[in-house]
Write a protein of this length. Structure first.
Length: 129
């Protein structure tokens, strides 16, 4: 599965807290990577999905979240969607077991470890010691 776009998205958690998430877009799939800045992905997921859907003009994609600094598991988020009000609601989370998606999880976790190591001075930007 090929990565189409990866970017940082700034948002207001709880409407007031400066927050950020890393967004990974693949064909038909969007992964919200919590990076520990502000409000968590879990607590802001309905807002994030609406903002990113509008920003990138996404329709009928699967949504996932990952916390590479914590449990490292990829979790799919399913919503009720009201087309009239354009509101995502009642999210439900389910741990992913699909092999192709688990490979994406490994890539994100590996990149995160490399970035952390580079910040701590243990690795260069390419992850080499």
């Amino acid at each position: 599965m090929k990565l189409i776009e990866k970017f940082r998205h700034k948002f207001k958690g709880y409407g007031v807290q400066d927050s950020e998430v890393v967004v990974h877009i693949y064909e038909g799939i969007v992964i919200l990577q919590d990076i520990g800045v502000g409000t968590s992905v879990t607590n802001s997921v309905e807002i994030l999905v609406k903002e990113i859907s509008e920003l990138k003009k996404l329709d009928k994609v699967r949504w996932f979240e990952i916390y590479p600094y914590y449990d490292k598991e990829l979790v799919e988020i399913k919503f009720n969607y009201n087309e009239m009000s354009e509101v995502f609601s009642l999210p439900k989370w389910e741990i992913v077991k699909e092999k192709e998606l688990l490979l994406i999880t490994q890539t994100i976790n590996h990149e995160t470890e490399n970035e952390r190591g580079a910040k701590e001075g243990n690795l260069d930007a390419k992850g080499k010691s």
